[in-house]
Design a protein around this ligand. Structure first.
Ligand SMILES: C=CC1=C(C)c2cc3[nH]c(cc4nc(cc5[nH]c(cc1n2)c(C)c5CCC(=O)O)C(CCC(=O)O)=C4C)c(C)c3C=C
Ligand SMILES: [Fe+2]
Ligand SMILES: [Fe+2]
Length: 322
């Protein structure tokens, strides 16, 4: 009996879930990193930040929460598609979803996923974070939580597991992204491709050894395949006062427009389902900014979701791990 545990971030399904979701996120010590002596402040600080940020966040979510979080729907569909792809390879597997910060009943947090894995009598477990690139703040945080729960439990401790920590450079991811991009740029050879990666405070990379930026830069889908479209990489979604990875998406859009670029094909990387940062931040906020700056053609490449070649390759990664 094989289990595939998909780890993801989770997101609120309704507007009243926004504040508790933010509280969970900001009380994660991998998100707000405090020195040992004041770590007890994590909870109170998370409460204050969540309360302060919630009204603004709710405004964003208002525009994208039509029928619940697209992230949850996509993650469920990805799980089912991976099961089907494994079945054609002769592997009978069941997928489980461990969300880090939010769930929608009956879809679980990590602890509930582990309870289901135990109840089903899974004998081999493959852990697959749904983030292409590894960051301490995303896959790292999910894996740390999982490790804690796993090794506290006598039954789980005996269950053989293997982790696929990152897959940013796998054929399936790179090629299906490149195919989606090519399908948008085909009619305008030479269109400017704008990769917008999710941002991260610089400290993670510079002080904590986070490999995220290196993994983003190592495998930009078009460059890897040798396409010659002009392209730009920038980082979006900065929160709080400290410096994040640069250049920032908003500044780069203005700079390109100022330099005479009038058409952009925007590619969200670092997440494989639609969510607030694509549907609201890119499609509404950055688009508005781009149009004000003089961009006349703006197109966004969708998140990978259940693209067949992508899912097939994730299933191959699971088989290789087994
Ligand atoms: C404040 C610290 C944050 C770090 C560090 C961070 C890293 C990080 N996040 C993603 C992907 C997503 N984050 C999402 C939501 C979200 N993230 C933060 C903060 C940090 N993220 C906040 C406050 C929020 C809530 C939304 C908001 O108020 O703006 C989401 C969307 C989830 C959803 O609703 O569906 C994604 C996706 C990555 C990849 C990453 C590090 C590389
Ligand atoms: Fe985030
Ligand atoms: Fe945002």
């Amino acid at each position: 009996k094989v289990g595939v545990l998909l780890l993801n971030l989770g997101g609120p399904d309704t507007l009243d879930q926004v504040e508790p979701f933010l509280y969970n996120l900001f009380s994660d010590p991998e998100i707000i990193t405090l020195p040992g002596a004041v770590r007890w402040l994590n909870g109170p600080l998370a409460w204050i930040i969540a309360k302060t940020r919630a009204p603004m966040s709710r405004e964003g979510y208002k525009q994208v929460l039509d029928g619940g979080s697209p992230q949850l729907r996509t993650t469920l569909a990805q799980g089912a598609a991976i099961e089907a792809a494994l079945s054609t390879r002769g592997v009978s597997a069941k997928s489980y979803i461990g969300m880090r910060y939010w769930h929608a009943p009956p879809h679980p947090y990590t602890d509930e996923a582990l309870a289901a894995i135990k109840a089903d009598g899974v004998q081999r477990l493959v852990v697959l974070p749904l983030y292409p690139q590894f960051s301490i703040s995303t896959s790292g945080s999910s894996l740390r939580l999982l490790e804690r729960e796993y090794y506290q439990d006598q039954q789980l401790r005996l269950l053989k597991n293997v982790v696929i920590p990152a897959w940013y450079n796998r054929q399936g991811y790179v090629h299906s992204m490149a195919r989606l991009i090519a399908s948008r740029t085909g009619e305008r050879a030479g269109a400017h491709v704008f990769f917008s990666a999710h941002g991260l405070p610089q400290k993670y990379v510079q002080e904590l050894g986070d490999p995220y930026q290196q993994q983003i830069e190592a495998a930009l889908p078009l460059r890897v395949l040798g396409y010659s479209n002009p392209d730009t990489l920038a980082y979006q979604s900065k929160v709080g006062p400290v410096p994040w990875l640069q250049p920032y998406t908003d500044e780069k859009i203005k700079e390109l427009a100022g330099g005479g670029v009038s058409s952009l094909v925007v590619v969200p990387i670092s997440f494989v389902s639609e969510h607030i940062e694509t549907l609201e931040e890119i499609d509404i906020e950055y688009r508005e900014l781009a149009e004000e700056a003089g961009i006349t053609h703006w197109e966004r490449v969708p998140a990978l979701g259940v693209e067949e070649d992508f899912i097939e390759d994730l299933a191959s990664a699971v088989v290789e791990a087994l």
